[in-house]
Design a protein around this ligand. Structure first.
Ligand code: PXG
Length: 463
């Protein structure tokens, strides 16, 4: 393999980064002082940094490198596609082979009735498409007032104006005058933090019924759609109680609104099925896809659209919407090869029958740790909720995220990428992670929790 190894020393790269590179979701000034961690290579589940350290990537990049790093087949198709047709678009009555083949492949692997895809370059753009598509759909059906989209507090749907508005992240709304008009929110099904004395089943129903109340409040004639992630990812791997999705489905069926499942993280094997909607038995009208679609090797995303919605949109004249790089030939070719590998190597079935239950058992054992109040795992999406008192599900007295940040520091220091969202620790490893790599992940996570506990006791935060 041709490895690119020659680069400047780490401190020079860090200085250049601090001088010229603005980072997303980062306190840039703080980072400039500390010096950024620079990843230079990766193989399987392991990253290499610019000092030659090996790090186990418990997050599959940003929840996306589902088949693991270093699959040369994907590089080969990208190279071949760039030589044959590096770019063409699908506007104005043209198309190209990779976009055609990928849309057909997606129709094959997706749930019954999903035979159409509108491409974008990532999840945010695809969710912007969804906002426009569902409003256009209702307008085409002579119901132009059906514009409002209901979403959830602490949901994540991207970072564009539309995506961030669909998301229910207060910190994002506070910057840039969001949300855009006609988007509104209901509560999230976070039993651990928000249920009080209710059982998970009671609380799941309660939170689902908020959708019905919101529809009544707004008037069904004004509601276009409800959007949600099957399992909230960026919100902290919040696994809804079992009662939640069936009740949401009942409400969506009963009222005349569209259901958008944001599969950007849950899709392409992460839950042990092709889609999170398969895991929960949900029947959406639109699915947002990105990330695992190409395992992150090239940027591509899209909206998978059910037959009924597609037929209305396709019969309503010109859908005045599209992105220069939507369904880019290189991204589409890479995605197709990624799906071929997932399918031919039975990666989802293998994980679901072996490594996923193996990790789940060990992950749940971590709830015996004095710091852990609850361990959640769906497929390969896991969270650990840290608490100073398991019996009362108490929060730490320090600001939310203080302990999470300490735990993340220990984890990175121990060579494991395990992230924090507030005081929850989260993982989402490549679906190809092996049993022995899982053992390593668990040992490093456990060691990091021990060190965190010792630290916060020292600092008087464990109360
Ligand atoms: N929907 C969901 C469910 C996502 O998780 C997007 C849409 C937006 O996709 P793009 O490709 O535009 O980023 C996402 C992205 C995190 C983190 O910190 C999560 C995402 C992106 C960046 C960071 O967990 N999810």
């Amino acid at each position: 393999m041709n490895k690119i190894v020659n680069h400047l020393p780490t401190k020079d790269l860090q200085a250049l980064d601090a001088a010229h590179h603005m980072h997303p979701f980062t306190e840039n000034a703080e980072l400039a002082k500390k010096g950024v961690k620079i990843i230079t290579a990766a193989d399987g589940v392991m990253l290499t940094d610019s000092d030659g350290n090996q790090i186990l990537d418990g997050m599959a990049g940003l929840w996306c490198v589902n088949i693991g790093y270093g699959r040369k087949e994907l590089a080969d198709v990208a190279y071949a596609q760039m030589q044959q047709l590096p770019y063409y678009n699908t506007f104005f009555q043209t198309s190209h082979v990779p976009a055609i083949s990928l849309s057909a492949k997606l129709a094959e692997i997706s749930p019954e009735g999903f035979n159409h895809t509108f491409f974008a370059t990532g999840g945010s753009e695809a969710n912007d498409t969804n906002i426009r598509m569902v409003r256009h759909y209702w307008a085409a059906k002579d119901k132009p007032n059906k514009k409002t989209i209901i979403s959830r507090i602490n949901g994540y749907h991207g970072s564009t104006m539309g995506g961030a508005s669909l998301g229910g992240m207060k910190g994002m709304h506070a910057q840039g005058g969001l949300p855009i008009a006609n988007i509104t929110y209901i509560g999230q099904p976070d039993w651990y933090n928000e249920a009080g004395d209710l059982s998970p089943l009671e609380f799941g129903l309660l939170r689902a019924k908020e959708l019905e109340e919101k529809i009544h409040e707004l008037g069904e004639e004004n509601v276009a759609a409800f959007i949600a992630e099957p399992v909230q990812g960026a919100g902290g791997v919040i696994v809804p109680p079992e009662s939640y999705w069936p009740e949401i489905q009942r409400i969506c069926d009963e009222y005349d609104i569209l259901l958008i499942a944001d599969e950007v993280i849950c899709g392409f094997g992460r839950t042990g099925h092709w889609f999170g909607t398969d895991y929960y038995g949900i029947r959406p009208h639109i699915m947002t896809i990105a990330k695992g679609l190409s395992s992150g090797y090239a940027p591509i995303g899209g909206s998978m659209v059910c037959d009924e919605v597609a037929s209305v949109i396709n019969s309503a004249g010109d859908f005045a919407h599209g992105y220069t790089y939507g369904g880019h030939p290189v991204g589409a070719a890479v995605a197709l090869e990624n799906l071929r590998i997932i399918q031919e190597e039975n990666l989802i079935e293998k994980a679901a029958s072996d490594t996923m239950p193996y990790l789940a058992e060990k992950w749940h054992d971590l709830s015996n740790h004095p710091l852990i109040g609850e361990a959640n795992m769906v497929g390969f999406m896991g969270s650990l909720v840290m608490t100073p008192d398991k019996s009362s599900r108490a929060k730490f007295a320090a600001d939310v995220g203080t302990v999470g940040l300490i735990a993340r520091g220990h984890s990175f220091g121990n060579g494991l990428i395990m992230r924090h969202v507030g005081d929850r620790m989260i993982i989402s490893p490549p679906i190809t992670i092996s049993r022995s790599e899982i053992d390593t992940l668990i040992n490093l996570a456990s060691k990091s929790l021990d060190e965190t506990l010792a630290d916060i006791k020292d600092q008087g935060l464990y109360k």
